[in-house]
Ligand binder design. Structure first.
Ligand code: APR
Ligand code: PHB
Length: 395
């Protein structure tokens, strides 16, 4: 097969952004094609975060991808924060007027969307690497791509870059037309999967002088755990016992709590970065998800932002299809960037409040502890965190 030569909407990347956009456009009666560089097994194995805001769950359900999510997703009513050997629970519904989150791994969302698309969706080509995008300021932008060793060109009415942080679409926007705002952090996360039931019903975010630790989960029998580590850390330097000992020390509290240990089945190191590229549209090229912005994982916002972007974008493209008006498309970048910058602020706040910078002064540590104490004692401060964590309504 040589693949299609023209499509209304050419989507680069089959992460959650590209797959969900294709699903939403298909349901709106629009034609599109998804090109994915990797093979299906690779895309379905990638370990990412796993906290879905209510708005994200609603969108997935509405497009038919909610069946397994409703069966297997774990609805959480709060999180626990630990600092100074004390634990404090944030009750999300009480603090936000009823909002909750769902724990369901991003990789499962991706599997569900791929299955739907292959069963009854627009074309999805794996092993199809976009090499370049051209003609952004013409009415026929083009994607040059390689599929199974051969080069092809796909002409489109619109090209959507859902190709993540390392994708090629962003660079099709002339350098003088875009601006990137960035922040890097002097630490990374060591993330592990363990075949052991989670040691608490809800997620635990722990501040400690030894560094941050996070206790999350995938299922009632699989834990997902993270430790702050120096940049450049080799996972091989972290044998299982060292990981469990360190998790235990960083989360130590004066009340009874026992960390269950079990076999660790995967280890990897994740860098932490904040980045936003503006605007998210140039002519007939639009960016969505990680291709336009990334957040450090502390606030669990990456997937939720990608879902919000493509929901706004699908509405705008469907509006154009129905009415011929580009009004919503013209507003796409500004509409998304408002939410993006809120999530950037929250993710950066969570990261800098909970991690210990290697060069941090005792004064800065005192400021962090004061902030955490404020969240533990003021319903206003707690509500601010809870509203951001559970997500603003999609509207
Ligand atoms: N051609 C085709 N596909 C590409 C290319 C290319 N040149 N470059 C990258 N891709 C694919 C990647 O292989 C990947 O499958 O684009 C996809 C991008 O997916 P994600 O990185 O998952 O990004 P996105 O869909 O925006 O999802 C955002 O995923 O990265 C996490 O933390 C992030 O949770 C957030 C969410
Ligand atoms: C995860 O479960 O992978 C996870 C949860 C919460 C975060 C980040 C990652 O803030």
């Amino acid at each position: 097969m040589t693949g299609p030569r023209h499509t209304t909407v050419g989507i680069i990347g089959a992460g959650p952004a590209g797959l969900l956009l294709a699903r939403l456009l298909h349901r709106a009666g629009m034609d599109c094609t998804v090109l994915e560089h990797r093979d299906r097994a690779y895309v379905e194995r990638r370990q990412r975060a796993g906290i879905l805001e209510q708005g994200t769950v609603d969108v997935l359900r509405a497009c038919g991808a909610g069946e397994r999510l409703d069966r297997e997703g774990l609805v959480h009513d709060g999180i626990e924060l630990r600092h100074d050997r004390r634990a404090h629970r944030l009750d999300f519904p009480a603090l936000t007027g009823g909002r909750r989150v769902t724990v369901y791994a991003q990789t499962e969302v991706v599997k569900d969307l791929i299955a739907l698309q292959l069963a009854s969706g627009p074309p999805l080509l794996f092993d199809a690497q976009a090499l370049a995008v051209a003609g952004a300021d013409t009415s026929r932008p083009r994607i040059r791509y390689r599929h199974k060793g051969r080069e092809h060109t796909l002409t489109c009415d619109y090209v959507i870059g859902c190709d993540g942080f390392h994708g090629v679409t962003r660079s099709a926007v002339p350098a003088h037309e875009r601006r990137t705002y960035e922040r890097s952090y002097p630490y990374s996360w060591l993330g592990v999967l363990a075949e052991v039931p989670p040691s608490s019903d809800e997620l635990i975010y722990a501040h400690s002088a030894r560094g941050f630790a996070l206790f999350s989960m995938r299922t009632p029998t699989v834990s997902r755990l993270y430790l702050q580590v120096p940049n450049g850390t080799d996972p091989a330097d972290w044998p299982d016992d060292r990981i469990w000992d360190e998790l235990e020390r960083r989360a130590a509290v004066d009340t009874p709590w026992k960390l269950e240990r079990g076999p660790i089945t995967a280890k990897s190191v994740l860098p932490m970065r904040s980045s936003v590229t503006e605007p998210m549209r140039y002519g007939r090229i639009l960016l969505a998800g990680d291709a336009a912005h990334i957040v450090p994982p502390t606030g669990a916002k990456g997937l939720n932002l990608a879902v919000a972007d493509v929901t706004v974008l699908a509405r705008a493209l469907a509006h154009l299809h129905r009415t011929g008006s580009t009004a919503l498309l013209d507003a796409y970048s500004a509409t998304c960037l408002r939410r993006v910058w809120r999530a950037e602020h929250f993710s950066s706040f969570m990261t800098s409040t909970l991690h210990t910078d290697p060069d941090q002064s005792p004064f800065e540590t005192r400021l962090q502890l004061s902030q955490l104490d404020r969240i533990a004692t003021s319903p206003h401060a707690a509500a601010e965190l809870a509203e951001n964590y559970t997500g603003l309504p999609l509207g």
